[in-house]
Design a protein around this ligand. Structure first.
Ligand SMILES: Cc1cc2nc3c(=O)[nH]c(=O)nc-3n(C[C@H](O)[C@H](O)[C@H](O)COP(=O)(O)OP(=O)(O)OC[C@H]3O[C@@H](n4cnc5c(N)ncnc54)[C@H](O)[C@@H]3O)c2cc1C
Length: 459
């Protein structure tokens, strides 16, 4: 338990709001989009600025409190919320300033993708973020950040040029290519392991309307669609990003859909995507020219808050015939109508031309990322859905590599962390030893320091 005096000090000294059990707003503040997560922090501090974050870290350190950090709250493992500790909630910090001349943006880490995109698009600019606007820029970027622009401009991490960070000892540091460069390297893929990032600075790019949307095929055509897509994607220019898999449309019809976004000239996109529209017999073709903000909100309706979520993901060795056959066995078989599985993202272009050790995010050599993203509404169906997801992923195991994109993985533990940080794991441990030797920040895919001595393990 947190001593009452500490709670009172935080309540009276912060510029932002605090919420304790019984307070109006407490339940809302501890609720994340994933309904499975039901933890009760002793106090939630909705910080108003870096000074609040520093005060929270120093108080937690002094009194040995478990800390969690919330950006957008979308961690599929629910890492934003701790049980009985101090939850440092960044969602009130939404300052953002675009510099249209330098084509950069400085964004506080309470921003969600939709809010970020709206501000940058006001200047005709954007940078890679994910594809669901309610997700937080912080968790997404620090873990990697795959999205519609990754082929042309790299992952979100590849566009970060600086970060403001409160470290485990309560100090405020700036990390960029010339200041604290080791920390800058580790932040770009090391998730929240090294500190609380209060602001991120990104490089922006001119992004106008795009040509994109989705084509939906009957689930029964999944095999032919996957084979076709494999060939089609092999020739994709950097501007074209595709992802697809098995899910149900809102009216319940099971489909195998391929979503696409071409971020170059509209006419070129129309031409390049023609084979996707003319292949087989699609049930529906929803490809058209649209604004970048439109395409960035296209998936939102499929991910409303309040569903239970369990996810697994690993990169595919390749999209072999055997992998396709195995996937086809699971198409339209999920026990829940809200699940996206089996699902595949095409990773290519600039994101895959960055060296595996250039940033802490190591997965640069794979073309296909396999996901099983299960969602359901009735908590009594949790076991059934988790079991099915595991079965589907286990069946795929022979075709998957050990590497995984940690932001897509619910399960935890050292083996999972090693899959997420890959070839950079040992270097990240060295960095953890330097910046967080007591494992103060451990509500994440945790990089354990070599000797975490004096913090009790309550994570
Ligand atoms: C519906 C949905 C769609 C998604 N789509 C994509 C996608 O298109 N592309 C993609 O790459 N990923 C995607 N993801 C995965 C997403 O990147 C992760 O879930 C990510 O962790 C969410 O970040 P958040 O800030 O919303 O979550 P949070 O739960 O708030 O945070 C996630 C982790 O980051 C840490 N963290 C948060 N803020 C900070 C901070 N300021 N400083 C330090 N650490 C911090 C937290 O402690 C936690 O460990 C999606 C997830 C969901 C649920």
């Amino acid at each position: 338990m947190i001593p009452e005096s500490v709670v009172q000090t935080l309540r009276t000294s912060l510029r932002g709001s605090t919420f304790c059990p019984g307070d109006a707003g407490y339940d809302e503040a501890r609720t994340t989009p994933n309904a499975t997560i039901n933890r009760r922090p002793a106090i939630i501090a909705r910080c108003a600025g870096a000074a609040d974050v520093i005060a929270c870290v120093r108080a937690a350190r002094e009194h040995d409190l478990l800390v969690s950090v919330r950006g957008g709250g979308h961690s599929v493992a629910g890492k934003a919320v701790c049980e009985d500790g101090l939850m440092i909630d960044m969602s009130g910090m939404k300052g953002i300033r675009v510099d249209p001349l330098r084509q950069t943006v400085r964004a506080e880490t309470g921003l969600k993708l939709g809010e970020f995109d709206r501000e940058t698009q006001a200047f005709g600019l954007a940078t890679t973020q994910g594809v669901v606007p309610t997700v937080g820029i912080a968790g997404l970027t620090l873990g990697g950040g795959w999205g519609q622009l990754h082929g042309k401009y790299g992952l979100a991490v590849d566009n970060v040029i600086g970060a403001d960070v409160v470290t485990a000892d309560g100090h405020f540091l700036t990390a960029n290519a010339s200041e604290n460069a080791d920390l800058f390297w580790g932040l770009r893929g090391g998730s929240g392991n090294f500190g609380i990032v209060t602001a991120l600075e990104y490089r922006l790019h001119e992004v106008g309307p795009v040509f994109g949307g989705a084509v939906f095929y009957p689930a029964a055509q999944a095999r032919e669609v996957l084979r076709f897509w494999r060939e089609f994607a092999a020739d994709s220019p950097d501007e074209l990003v595709t992802q697809g898999g098995s899910f149900r449309l809102p009216d319940g019809v099971p489909v195998f859909g391929i979503a696409a976004c071409y971020s170059g000239a509209i006419g070129d996109g129309e031409k390049i995507l023609k084979p996707l529209r003319t292949f087989g017999s699609p049930l529906a073709d929803a490809l058209s020219a649209m604004s970048y903000l439109q395409i960035q909100s296209m998936f939102e309706a499929f991910f409303p808050p309040g569903r239970h979520v369990y996810t697994r993901s690993n990169f595919l060795r390749d999209l072999s015939e055997e992998a396709i056959e195995t996937m086809v066995r699971y198409v339209a078989k999920s026990p829940s109508p809200y699940t996206f599985a089996p699902f595949v993202e095409h990773w290519h272009g600039k994101a895959t031309r960055v060296g595996a050790t250039d940033t802490a995010f190591p997965h640069r050599n794979y073309s296909w990322n396999f996901l099983a993203w299960s969602m359901w509404t009735d908590p009594s169906e949790t076991e059934k859905n988790v079991q099915w997801t595991r079965e589907c992923c286990d069946a795929m195991r022979p075709y998957l590599v050990a590497g995984s994109y940690g932001n897509y993985v619910t399960d935890e533990g050292e083996a999972i962390a090693r899959e997420a940080y890959g070839c950079n794991y040992d270097r990240l441990v060295v960095l953890k030893n330097k910046y967080d030797p007591t494992n103060f920040f451990r509500m994440n895919h945790n990089i354990k320091p070599s000797q975490a001595t004096h913090v009790k393990d309550r994570g």
